[in-house]
Design a protein around this ligand. Structure first.
Ligand SMILES: Nc1ncnc2c1ncn2[C@@H]1O[C@H](COP(=O)(O)OP(=O)(O)OP(=O)(O)O)[C@@H](O)[C@H]1O
Length: 235
């Protein structure tokens, strides 16, 4: 299968600071990939390069068909527009004739059909993140980018949202890249987990997304061990 996107020896400098060096991995159509690692390791920088928000300093980003895929990012603190209702927030970007009906469908898909006319401050934290997801889905991205989307939620809501996102991504056959600090979240949601450490991809593991709690815990433990290994040590 041809990868949707391939990062080949990608590097990124910010002045004298090397954020990334020698990043190599591909994302295949329909895959759910999680990037995990310590703060400052380079995960968000990779996401920004893939989203086309910044250019790499070295290496090559290549795409199936030669053209960058349409991406949308859902962030932890997505800036929902407070003066617009839920449905207005969702239909904001696209203005074609069927936008309203598609916005309604998308709100329904994320379980917010009954909240279409509420404002963001009338929604719970979990509902706000569902709305942020709906907004990203409206763009029909070829690659959905999730940057710590559940970091601000309480543990129970976070758990529910993990299952929810996984379900919606499977239903819509979306190719997805998730950034998270939470190795259990990665193990529970992803097909493949890539550990980013000191600016490079150092390890890969298979996720346990349809696995038992014990299988999720085993994968998470394995990945955590790599993350916590002192740098300089071979992995
Ligand atoms: N705009 C910038 N200017 C200068 N340095 C930057 C910039 N963005 C990131 N960096 C640096 O690049 C490195 C990687 O940062 P990045 O945010 O990608 O890591 P991260 O793994 O996503 O961390 P976190 O999990 O805390 O978001 C860090 O050393 C950071 O200080």
């Amino acid at each position: 299968m041809t990868p949707l996107i391939t990062l080949d020896r990608i590097g990124k400098q910010y002045g004298a600071n090397t954020a990334l060096h020698d990043v190599n991995f591909s994302i295949y159509p329909g895959e759910f990939v999680a990037l995990v690692g310590m703060s400052g390791g380079g995960k968000s920088t990779i996401l920004r390069l893939i989203a086309g928000l910044e250019a790499a300093s070295a290496g090559n980003l290549s795409y199936a068909g030669g053209q960058a895929p349409v991406t949308r990012v859902m962030f932890q603190n997505d800036r929902l527009l407070p003066w617009m209702t839920a449905i207005q927030n969702v239909s904001f970007h696209a203005r074609d004739a069927d936008t309203q009906s598609r916005a309604k469908q998308t709100l329904a898909a994320v379980g917010l059909a009954a909240f279409a006319n509420q404002y963001p401050n009338q929604l719970s934290g979990g509902q706000k993140q569902r709305l942020a997801l709906a907004r990203a889905l409206m763009a029909q991205p070829e690659l959905l980018l999730l940057d710590e989307p559940l970091g601000a939620l309480d543990a129970l809501t976070r758990r529910n949202m993990q299952d929810f996102i996984r379900q919606i991504v499977a239903e819509q056959h979306l190719t997805t890249l998730l950034i998270t600090h939470d190795v259990e979240e990665a193990a529970r949601m992803a097909d493949r987990i890539i550990v980013i450490k000191n600016g490079s991809n150092v390890y890969e593991a298979t996720g346990a997304k349809d696995g038992t709690a014990a299988q999720v815990a085993t994968v998470a433990q394995d990945v955590l061990q790599v993350i916590l290994q002192p740098s300089g040590q071979a992995v």
